[in-house]
Design a protein around this ligand. Structure first.
Ligand code: HXC
Length: 257
């Protein structure tokens, strides 16, 4: 497929999406949204892919939504055009998605990372929700997902000041899964994604959806969801294979069914 703003590749069972708008530090315009959403949905529909990595360049994961593109829009154009609506489709992808963040992950870039299941950060990464300095607020989920990730007082301080913060602070706050040396980021992301992609796809789907439910529901609703999702996996071939392999002291050969 000819994407204009990203480069895609399949490495084994891992699908890679690399943002490629270096002249704008990977700022997320409408074309980037279309390309990323299309690529992620294509990988999601491919049973040969068991994990997706989204990354940018050394200098920038993404420096935010494209300020120059949205500057002149009216409120009603923003709302009625559903300017950022496509991102909901990206967030709904069931295949586990790893954000491999190096450099700037600001505004919509930080929000894109938070739509992923796992955030791996280079020790040089810089995060922030600087929208308040532009006279607006985070608009791709930041006020909601950052609050769930780091708690309300930490999120309020970050969103109201708009200050940048580093990978170490992000990890301490619970915004990133793991910090790795910058030089190892892409290899680590591939290894992590391979380890995930080797698991049974039905169980991965059930896990990513149950993790989403945890953020969206009460404990009682979430536990009820988990009970049914767990039971449903006992109708998969891979559950029988995984448990037989344990009993027979061998590695499982999952067929993703
Ligand atoms: C459009 C951007 C951009 C952005 C960088 N560029 N960020 N263009 N939108 N978000 C462009 C610059 O204009 C410049 O192009 C080129 O990328 C390189 O950027 P510089 O500023 O020259 O680089 P540097 O001095 O190293 O500073 C890097 C930076 C700074 C600290 C990341 O670019 C910056 O502060 N960017 C904006 C960050 C931000 O506010 N993000 C939040 C956006 S709002 P030219 O051609 O001009 O030289 C948002 C809302 C999300 O994300 C919700 C939407 C509903």
């Amino acid at each position: 497929t000819d994407y204009q703003t990203i480069v895609t590749a399949a490495r084994g069972r891992v699908g890679w999406i690399t943002l490629n708008r270096p002249e704008a530090l990977n700022a997320l315009n409408v074309q980037v949204m279309r390309d990323v959403v299309d690529a992620a949905e294509a990988f999601d529909a491919d049973a040969g892919i068991g994990a997706i990595v989204v990354t940018g360049s050394d200098r920038a994961f993404a420096a935010g939504a494209d300020i120059k593109e949205m500057e002149a829009l009216s409120g009603s154009e923003m709302l009625m055009g559903d300017h950022f609506g496509g991102w909901a489709r990206f967030a709904a992808v069931r295949t586990p998605v790893i954000a491999a963040v190096s450099g700037y992950a600001l505004g919509g870039g930080c929000e894109l990372a938070m739509m992923c299941d796992i955030i791996l950060a280079a020790d040089t990464a810089t995060f922030g929700q600087p929208e308040i300095g532009l006279g607006v607020i985070p608009g791709m989920g930041g006020t909601q997902r950052l609050t769930r990730a780091v708690g309300s007082f930490k999120a309020a301080e970050l969103i109201l000041t708009g200050r940048h913060f580093g990978a170490e602070e992000a990890e301490r706050a619970g915004l990133v899964s793991r910090v790795v040396p910058a030089a190892d980021l892409l290899d680590d992301a591939q290894r992590t994604a391979e380890a995930i992609a080797a698991k049974s796809l039905p169980s991965l789907y059930a896990a990513t959806e149950a993790l989403d439910v945890a953020l969206e529901s009460t404990l009682a609703e979430g536990l009820r969801y988990e009970k049914h999702a767990f039971a449903g996996l006992f109708d998969t071939a891979d559950q029988k294979e995984g448990m037989a392999a344990f009993r027979e002291k061998r590695a499982p050969g999952f067929t993703h069914r």
